[in-house]
Ligand binder design. Sequence first.
Ligand SMILES: [Zn+2]
Length: 105
Amino acid sequence: MTGLGAQGKLETVTFLLPAGTGILELMTTGAEPRVESACPEKANLLNEYDTAAAEFSRTVTVLNRRMGIMSREDYVRILRFSEQARIRSEQARLALERHVNEHGC
Ligand SMILES: [Zn+2]
């Protein structure tokens, strides 16, 4: 059990999860006030993702609260708008991911 494969896997796990850095810890850190980013483009893309995701979330909230109150026509219209917002959010996430991979920031 000391082959290169096992060793490589162990190294990957260690890289992904440095000692004492759990996902909850990362999320707690993320909730702290934003610090100035070293890469302005990354900050821009993150802001875009944040905006698009918030917009999608808002449309879902409207659908949830107005379900049964608004007309079927309005419901379908907002549902379509929601889908567009979801796609914009996904595109923003992919753009951010692509930039981070290419730029290494
Ligand atoms: Zn960058």
